[in-house]
Design a protein around this ligand. Structure first.
Ligand code: FAD
Length: 384
């Protein structure tokens, strides 16, 4: 199928952000929407490689409010889009082993509770009682929210793409954007591996590659790709069905039930920015050792699968929503490793920005691109 040579908007990137934005724009009645994805399939970038965790437990009001809008959209997903997404509310249990983290956790729970989020603060002993299979002698505190959980990212992307196509969006895989033409201070066209598309509006939803796409248009976007990886184990009969998403916060080490086994990951704090998505086996071994340290029964486990993906990290670990100095060049990217869960509301917010010139579901205007130059950074503490 040929790609069109003219569009009212070109969305670059077929991950959760691009798919959600395409659906929400079309649902609002926008016509001639073209979505371009460079890979063979939609959702094979960060979205398809993510851990699928969804949570209310953040440290900033804006991230909590994004979850308060987005997670109910995921709950309604099947009803609205006729696509099951497997929302499993196993709860997130964040564990602090350092005094400063325990103090921050206490503040975070107070903030979350004040916004209507039912997170509980746990003492160290309560953490140990809840996790009999794990060794957390050094746990000082924990926070738990039963509404947090796991969702299937591929189903969310597939649901949005199918629904968007059904209402007229032309969504294309195997189409890489290679350049952006500008006339004066206005976007004019998108160059792709399959031809040029004339358009006056672009949405950069290229996730970890959003900085590259920005460069094509002369827009500096401070998003860096950082490799993150994880592995899964064979079935482990000892793991109860209600095992929570456990995060050993100081080590950025996490565990959640995946099928009948576990998914385990750890963030390499020494990882340099780059686009390499191969698994670093040496670091994987360190991850395994840290995991066995916390859960000795893993000594008997074997690896079922492993993979790596890219976080899309901004200087303050918050996303970028809105426009730029270049007319017609909009951005929805930079979710810094926790964006899958905010994809539903992010697409809706961008549809409001593009069609109405303002965000109405939630005011995210403080998360604009200009904040980096103007020093208006909002730091998130709960980054894993
Ligand atoms: C290991 C890992 C674990 C994570 N765990 C979680 C989690 O538990 N919960 C959570 O909420 N988030 C998690 N995240 C973060 C989450 O995956 C991202 O924040 C989110 O998926 C970003 O979505 P996106 O649509 O912006 O990016 P992507 O899904 O990467 O989509 C961008 C798309 O743009 C395409 N593209 C790029 N350049 C071009 C071009 N020039 N032309 C055409 N197409 C292009 C790419 O191929 C890609 O498909 C995790 C991420 C990783 C890597």
């Amino acid at each position: 199928m040929d790609i069109p040579n003219i569009a009212d908007i070109v969305i670059i990137g077929g991950g959760v952000m691009g798919a959600s934005a395409a659906y929400h724009l079309a649902k609002r009645g926008m016509k001639n929407i073209v979505l371009l994805e460079k890979e063979d399939l939609f959702g094979t970038g960060a979205t398809g490689r993510c851990a699928g965790g969804v949570r209310y437990q953040f440290s900033t009001e804006i991230n909590i409010r994004l979850s308060l809008e987005s997670l109910p959209m995921i709950e309604r997903f099947e009803q609205e889009l006729e696509q099951a997404v497997g929302y499993r509310k196993c709860g997130y249990l964040l564990i602090a082993t350092k005094e400063k983290d325990a103090a921050a956790f206490r503040r975070n729970v107070e903030l979350q509770n004040s916004l209507g989020v039912h997170t509980h603060f746990l003492e160290g002993d309560e953490v140990r009682t809840r996790l009999p299979l794990m060794k957390f002698e050094d746990a000082l505190a924990g926070t738990f929210n039963q509404e947090d959980g796991i969702v299937d990212p591929n189903s969310v992307v597939a649901g949005y793409i199918r629904a968007a196509q059904a209402i007229g969006v032309r969504a294309n895989t195997r189409t890489e954007v290679t350049g952006i033409q500008v006339s004066g201070d206005q976007v004019q066209a998108v160059e792709t591996t399959r031809g040029v598309i004339w358009t006056r509006m672009i949405l950069n939803a290229a996730g970890p590659w959003a900085g590259q796409v920005g460069q094509m248009a002369g827009v500096q976007i401070p998003i860096v790709p950082i490799r993150r990886q994880m592995f899964t184990t064979n079935p482990l009969k000892e793991i109860p069905e209600d095992f929570p998403f456990v995060i050993d916060f100081a080590r950025s080490l996490y565990f959640h039930r995946e099928g009948e086994g576990l998914l385990i990951g750890m963030s390499n704090q020494a990882e340099k920015p780059g686009f390499d998505q191969t698994v670093d086996e040496k670091f994987e071994f360190m991850n395994l050792e840290a995991a066995i340290d916390r859960m000795p029964l893993l000594e008997q486990a074997s690896r079922a699968s492993h993979w790596a993906g890219l976080y899309e990290v901004t200087p303050d670990a918050h996303p970028i929503f809105g426009g730029s100095h270049l007319k017609g060049f909009t951005i929805c990217a930079g979710f810094s490793g926790h964006g899958f869960m905010h994809g539903p509301v992010a697409g809706k917010l961008m549809s409001e920005y593009i069609l109405d010139g303002k965000f109405s579901t939630l005011d995210v205007s403080m998360l604009d691109l200009a904040r980096f130059k103007e020093g208006r950074l909002i730091k998130e503490y709960n980054v894993v």
